[in-house]
Ligand binder design. Structure first.
Ligand SMILES: [Fe+2]
Length: 346
């Protein structure tokens, strides 16, 4: 079960143009393309006649023609032409999904179209800030349920073992975590004071010596994360500490799109508050982050297998408080949605 009344990332806008682009979101096959006015269109990827995917057909202006018998659909999913002459059956239509482009990503609304409001798309505070640099990477296919990745992104501890050579350091093993429930998700965070910077950050921060480090791990419903890393010269950090002019901040954005119960498309990019136009730095960050995310991918695909074929119970630890809270609340939202749908169907 997934939360349906929510925006999910369907793809990078740079990948979706004139061609019919197949994607699967929440188990539903969707045909994406860009209309002549620049809008992104998402249609159910199945002709209602014999269910040939529309992506196997042709784009004709702002319509899509089925490759089997030529039934033609407009951007609202309505059939505007059918073979054989006569009236077009009223049931000749495909579902149209609201789409919206933001942050170079195409977002798709999987629930009731009347509730789709682009203002509800995840807010990114420094996206257009010229003082901040950005690095992006290609989406990754994860062989696991999206909630395992949400768990991972509410779990600052795993870096000590999974990312030993990049994000991890000894303080990440056992410094206590704080869990906060927000209106739209969960935050797990901690400060580690007067520690050596972890290997990846040592390469990019602009100061020498020890640092105070903050790990802010936040996931919002249904599966969108901001991981904020703060590195500031030792003695200048802490909950209310004024930040130093050399403070390095990296915001890592992570968007999980469920493909099925056991597959996830993972979209990510990072914003940083230093050297915004330094292409070499962007490249280095993309490559290093990707390597680290590959480490997550390898672990999570094995966790997926382990959890789905377990022959003894698994256990939870105090470090799981954040992920468990997130899962509980999301499940309550999914249940509530299903209840409303059932009432409307009565
Ligand atoms: Fe990780």
């Amino acid at each position: 079960m997934f939360l349906r009344n929510a925006w999910y990332v369907a793809g990078w806008s740079s990948e979706i143009g004139d061609d019919l682009h197949p994607v699967t979101v929440l188990g539903e096959a969707i045909c994406l393309f860009r209309a002549e006015n620049g809008d992104y269109i998402g249609l159910e990827d199945a002709c209602p006649h014999r269910k040939l995917p529309l992506t196997k057909g042709r784009r004709k202006g702002d319509t899509v023609e089925c490759g089997y018998h030529g039934l033609t659909f407009d951007c609202a999913g309505q059939c505007v032409w059918a073979p054989g002459g006569g009236r077009i059956p009223s049931s000749a239509k495909v579902r149209a999904y609201p789409c919206h482009e933001k942050y170079g990503l195409v977002w798709i609304w999987m629930g009731n179209p009347a509730l789709a409001d682009p203002a509800d798309i995840f807010e990114i505070e420094n996206y257009d800030n010229p003082g901040w640099g950005i690095n992006r990477g290609a989406a990754m296919a994860l062989d696991c349920n999206y909630l395992l990745m949400c768990d991972n992104l509410l779990d600052p501890s795993h870096v000590a073992w999974v990312h030993e050579g990049s994000f991890g350091q000894s303080a990440t093993r056992d410094t206590p975590l704080r869990v906060t429930k927000t209106d739209d998700g969960v935050i797990v965070h901690r400060w580690m004071m007067d520690v050596e910077p972890a290997p990846f950050y040592k390469k990019v921060i602009g100061f020498e010596g020890n640092c105070d480090r903050k790990q802010h791990y936040e996931v919002r419903y249904p599966g969108h994360a901001i991981i904020r890393a703060i590195f500031t010269p030792a003695g200048t950090g802490g909950e209310d500490g004024p930040l130093h002019e050399d403070t390095f901040i990296m915001d890592s954005f992570n968007f999980m799109t469920p493909v099925s119960e056991s597959e996830t498309r993972y979209y990510w990019f990072q914003l940083r508050n230093i050297r915004p136009d330094d292409e070499d730095l962007s490249k280095l960050m993309s490559e290093d982050v990707r390597k680290a995310f590959e480490e997550d991918r390898a672990v999570l695909s094995e966790v997926q297998k382990g959890m789905s074929s377990k022959t003894s119970p698994h256990i939870d630890l105090p470090i799981d408080a954040g992920p468990l809270r997130f899962r509980r609340q999301l499940q309550a939202m999914i249940n509530e949605e299903a209840q409303v749908d059932a009432q409307m169907a009565d």
